[in-house]
Design a protein around this ligand. Structure first.
Ligand SMILES: Cc1ncc(C[n+]2csc(CCOP(=O)(O)OP(=O)(O)O)c2C)c(N)n1
Ligand SMILES: [Mg+2]
Length: 567
C-alpha cells in the first residue's frame, strides 16, 4: 500500500523542510530568538514569511508558546539557538512538562561533526531535557527530519500532552534531501489508551449509584480533552458537586451552584471539606499534587477513589485508587452518561455543602483607602465582566486571582501550577493574546515576578498588543513574606522591597501606557480607563503590603484543618 503524504517529492534543505512541515501542521505563529546554530532556519523564516514573534529573552519566547498552547488548545512552537539559547528555555520546558502543555521546541545545535567536542555554544540538550520532556530527538541526518517533526507534533498533542524537543544540528539544517511528509506516524511503542475500559466505567456507575456523598475533582485533563461540555452535562445528569484543582479552573462554570471552588492549600473551605467528607471521589484529569491534597494521611479518608486519567502512571501514584480508569476524559464522561441512565439527586449532601458555602465564603476586609489585593481581583472580574483571559505569575496574587476571579469558561485561565515559575505570567499573556486576538487578556503579576521577564514589554510596543498588565504591588515577595511571617518567626530575610523601580516610567520607556493607583477611591475609574484603552497598559497598583492569603492548609496539615476560614 502506498503511504499517504501531505507533501512529497521535493528536494530541499533541512531548514526548508522544517518550514514546510510547520505549514503541514497548521502552525500560524512561532515564538523564538535567533543565533548561530539556528541561522539557516531563520533564513527560511525570512524567506517564507511565517509569523515569528521575536521575544527579548528565550524564556519569554517559551512562556509565550505555553500561553498560546493553554488558550488555543494547539501546540505552541518555540525556536531558539544552541547553547545559551537552548538552556534559556529549560525552565519553560520543565513548566510545560509538569503542567502537560503541548509544545514543540526546536533548538539549534552545533554541527554533527563537532558534537561532543565542547564546540562553541554547544550544550547537551538531549541530556539536559531528558527528564523534562515527553520526548526529545537529536536529528542526525536530513532524511529523518520530516519523520521526526511529524512524530514530535503527534507526541506533543496526543495522550497526555507535553513538550517535545527537536535538537537540530546546523549541518543537518543546511543539508538537502527529499521532503516527504507522511499523514500518519508509525509508533508501535506509543499508543495512548483513549477509550476507557467498559467494565471500569461500569464500576464507577455502580459506585455513583451507591454513593450518598459523591464529589468530582476536575483537573486540567478535562481542559486538555476539551471535555467541559461533557462534564457539565454529566454533573447535570448526576447532580454531583464539583471541585477544581488550580489548573482545572474554568473546566466547570465557577458561578454554578454545584461548583464548590478550588480545593487545596488556598482553596475554599467547602471544596476541601467536600473532599474530606465524600464517600466517593471521582478524579478526572487531576494528579493529586501535594498542594491539593495536603497531608496524604488525612486525604479523603472516607472516600472510595475513582481516578480517570489518560496517563496510567498517574493512577495510584499519590492516592490509593479503587477504580482506575485509563482513558480520555471526554470519552469517559460520554460513556459514564450512557451507562448511568438514572438521574442522580444527592439532595442532603448538596444542601449540606450549600450551607457550608454560605457559612464559609472566601473573605477579606476592605477598610480605608488602602486597596486590598482581593478587592482588586474582584474589581477586575467586574470590569471585564468575567470575559477576560487571565494569566498570572506565581505568588500571593496568583492565589487571590484563583480565588476571586470566577472562571466560567474553559481555557480562560493560564497559570504556572506545577513548577510555580515566576516570570511566567507576563509572556504567557502574549501567547494567550495570539491564541485569542479578540479577547481581552490581562496579566495579573507580582511586583517581583514581573521583573523576571519585563523585557517582553518590547513585544507590546512593537505589535501594539492590547494586553493589560496588572502589577499587584505589595513591595514584597509576598508569598515568601507570608511564610516567613507564619513559619519563620517574622524574620523577613530578603523578601521586602523598600526600593522599587518606577514601573510607570519603565512602561513608558517601551511606549506602553503606564498608570499608577494607590487609593481605593481611584480604583474603579482607573480600571475602566485601563480596560477601555485600545492598546497595551501597565498598571502599578499599590496594595496592602501585609495581606496574607487565606484560608490556608499549613504544611503537614490535612484538608479539614484549614486555618483562617473566617475573619
Ligand atoms: C523562578 C522562581 N524563583 C523563586 C520562586 C519562589 N517564590 C514563590 S512566590 C515568590 C514571591 C513572588 O513575589 P511577587 O512576584 O511580588 O508576588 P506576590 O507573592 O507578592 O504576589 C517567590 C520568590 C519561584 N516561585 N520562582
Ligand atoms: Mg509582590
Amino acid at each position: 500500500m502506498e503511504k499517504q503524504t501531505t507533501a512529497s517529492g521535493e528536494e530541499m534543505s533541512g531548514s526548508s523542510m522544517l518550514m514546510k512541515a510547520l505549514a503541514c501542521e497548521d502552525v500560524d505563529v512561532i515564538f523564538g530568538y535567533p543565533g548561530g546554530a539556528i541561522l539557516p532556519t531563520y533564513d527560511e523564516i525570512y524567506k517564507t514569511g511565517i509569523r515569528h514573534i521575536l521575544a527579548r529573552h528565550e524564556q519569554g519566547a517559551i512562556h509565550a508558546a505555553e500561553g498560546y498552547a493553554r488558550v488555543s488548545g494547539k501546540p505552541g512552537v518555540c525556536i531558539v539557538t544552541s547553547g545559551p539559547g537552548a538552556t534559556n528555555v529549560v525552565t519553560g520546558i520543565a513548566d510545560a512538562m509538569i503542567d502537560s502543555l503541548p509544545l514543540v521546541v526546536i533548538t539549534g545545535q552545533v554541527a554533527t561533526t563537532v558534537i561532543g567536542t565542547d564546540a562553541f555554544q554547544e550544550a547537551d540538550m538531549i541530556g539536559i531535557t531528558m527528564p523534562i520532556t515527553k520526548h526529545n530527538y537529536q536529528v542526525r541526518s536530513v532524511e529523518e527530519l520530516p519523520r521526526i517533526i511529524k512524530e514530535a507534533f503527534h507526541i506533543a498533542t496526543t495522550g497526555r500532552p507535553g513538550p517535545v524537543l527537536i535538537d537540530l544540528p546546523k549541518d543537518v539544517s543546511l543539508a538537502t534531501g527529499m521532503f516527504d511528509y507522511e499523514k500518519d506516524v508509525d509508533l508501535p511503542g506509543y499508543q495512548p489508551t483513549v477509550i476507557p475500559n467498559k467494565l471500569q466505567i461500569r464500576k464507577v456507575v455502580d459506585s455513583v449509584t451507591a454513593s450518598k456523598k459523591p464529589v468530582i475533582l476536575a483537573g486540567a485533563g478535562v481542559l486538555h480533552a476539551k471535555a467541559s461540555d461533557e462534564l457539565v452535562a454529566y454533573v447535570e445528569q448526576q447532580q454531583i458537586p464539583v471541585v477544581n484543582t488550580l489548573l482545572g479552573l474554568g473546566s466547570y462554570p465557577g458561578e454554578d451552584d454545584l461548583h464548590l471552588g478550588m480545593a487545596g492549600m488556598h482553596g475554599t473551605y467547602t471544596a476541601n471539606m467536600a473532599l474530606h467528607e465524600a464517600d466517593l471521589l471521582i478524579s478526572i484529569g487531576a494528579r493529586f499534587d501535594d498542594r491539593l491534597t495536603g497531608n496524604l494521611a488525612h486525604f479523603a479518608p472516607h472516600a472510595k477513589v475513582a481516578h480517570i486519567d489518560i496517563d496510567p502512571a498517574e493512577i495510584g501514584k499519590n492516592v490509593p485508587t479503587e477504580i482506575p480508569v485509563v482513558g480520555d476524559a471526554k470519552q469517559a464522561l460520554l460513556m459514564l452518561m450512557d451507562e448511568q441512565g438514572k438521574r442522580g439527586d444527592h439532595h442532603e449532601w448538596k444542601s449540606w455543602l450549600r450551607e457550608l458555602k454560605e457559612e464559609y465564603p472566601l473573605w477579606y476586609e476592605q477598610d480605608g483607602e488602602t486597596i486590598k489585593p482581593q478587592h482588586l481581583i474582584e474589581k477586575i472580574y467586574e470590569v471585564t465582566k468575567g470575559e477576560a483571559v487571565v494569566t498570572t505569575d506565581v505568588g500571593q496574587h496568583q492565589m487571590w486571582s484563583a480565588q476571586f476571579y470566577k472562571f466560567n469558561y474553559p481555557n480562560q485561565w493560564v497559570t504556572s501550577g506545577g513548577l510555580g515559575t515566576m516570570g511566567f505570567g507576563f509572556p504567557a499573556a502574549i501567547g494567550a493574546q495570539f491564541a485569542k486576538p479578540d479577547k481581552p487578556v490581562v496579566a495579573i503579576i507580582g511586583d517581583a515576578g514581573f521583573q523576571m521577564t519585563a523585557q517582553e514589554l518590547s513585544i507590546l510596543q512593537e505589535l501594539n498588543l492590547p494586553i493589560k498588565v496588572m502589577i499587584v504591588n505589595n513591595a514584597a515577595l509576598g508569598m515568601v513574606r507570608q511564610w516567613q511571617q507564619l513559619f519563620h518567626g517574622e524574620r523577613y530575610s530578603n523578601s521586602l522591597f523598600p526600593i522599587q523601580p518606577n514601573f510607570v516610567k519603565l512602561a513608558e520607556a517601551y511606549d506602553v501606557k503606564g498608570m499608577k493607583v494607590e487609593q481605593l477611591s481611584n480604583l474603579e475609574a482607573s480600571l475602566k480607563e485601563m480596560f477601555d484603552y485600545p492598546g497595551p497598559v501597565l498598571m502599578d497598583c499599590r496594595v496592602a503590603k501585609e495581606e496574607n492569603v487565606y484560608p490556608m492548609i499549613s504544611p503537614g496539615k490535612g484538608q479539614h484543618q484549614m486555618e483562617g476560614v473566617k475573619p
